[in-house]
Design a protein around this ligand. Structure first.
Ligand code: NAP
Length: 248
């Protein structure tokens, strides 16, 4: 399979290049400026339309920044090339751009490509449904270089909690001062430190007990492997919007 990896020089993109190369895919890198990752050539983003004009490209994987991913999605749509995006932190405009691209090509977006996080989402929903009266709090930890907070995964977990509760909860970000917790709230706590790959923990507490549900990524390779799984699955699919749960 011929794969264009955008963000190839990045922390996650570099792992995606390594994973795809190990699986014997033909990989072309794209970043802001030209270079190389291992033996893989990296082209400047301005060359993306020309690279996609090559009819052999089977899929794109993009792990960059939301402003750039909007453009990359549009280029993928123009060329009709399936597009996997792991970038997080999209605003409404960015999400609308992905929706628009999905009218012309297959688009797969996931805030987290770890198989364990997909399982965590199901387990959290089951826990919240089973314990409707319990307080829910979420804590996430990532490396000091992460731009968006809370993480895209944390937001996805919060959406799952709300779906299970059947209501929109007041998301309380951090806490200080002399206020009681109150009901219909979910606490959201963000830590940024060192090189932590990604940790998410949900606690459900009440009735003199605490249920803790947690996931920890031990290396970025887990995201890379999931993203390449997604690209292999998406190649040749019809236009539309897909999620990682479709792949699994
Ligand atoms: N979905 C998941 O499972 C998952 C997992 C991990 C991370 N992420 C997300 O993936 C994104 C990247 O994270 P990271 O830690 O890998 O970031 P990073 O190390 O900062 O790498 C960013 C990459 O994007 C490239 N880039 C930035 N602006 C660009 C532009 N305008 N055009 C083309 N390329 C551009 C950079 O190229 P230069 O080096 O040339 O600047 C670099 O290759 C973040 O949104 C992060 O939250 C998602």
């Amino acid at each position: 399979m011929k794969l264009v990896v955008i963000g190839a020089t990045g922390r996650t993109g570099g792992e995606i290049v390594a994973e795809a190369t190990e699986r014997a895919h033909d990989v072309v890198g794209v970043a802001r400026s030209a270079g190389e990752v291992g033996d893989v050539p990296v082209h400047p983003a301005g060359e993306l339309p020309a690279l996609l004009a090559d009819a052999d490209v089977d899929a794109i994987v993009d792990f960059t920044v939301p402003e750039a991913s909007r453009e990359h999605a549009a280029r993928a749509a123009e060329a009709g090339v399936p597009y996997v995006v792991g970038t997080t932190g999209f605003g409404d405009d960015g999400l609308a751009a992905l929706d628009a691209a999905a009218e012309s090509t297959a688009v797969l977006k996931a805030a987290n490509f770890a198989h364990g996080v997909q399982a965590l989402l199901r387990v959290v929903e089951a826990g919240v449904e089973a314990l409707p009266e319990y307080d829910v709090e979420l804590t996430e930890t990532h490396h000091a270089g992460k731009r968006d907070a809370p993480s895209g995964t944390a937001n996805t977990v919060l959406d799952a909690i709300e779906a299970a509760r059947g209501e929109t909860l007041d998301r309380t970000h951090g806490r200080e001062g002399g206020h009681r917790r109150g009901e219909s709230k979910v606490g959201v706590h963000v830590r940024r430190a060192g090189t932590v790959r990604g940790e998410h923990e949900v606690v459900l507490a009440g009735n003199d007990e605490v249920l803790t549900l947690a996931h920890r990524a031990e290396s970025r390779r887990v995201f890379a492997a999931g993203a390449v799984d997604a690209a292999e699955w998406l190649a040749g699919r019809d236009p539309g919007f897909y999620g990682f749960d479709d792949v699994l």
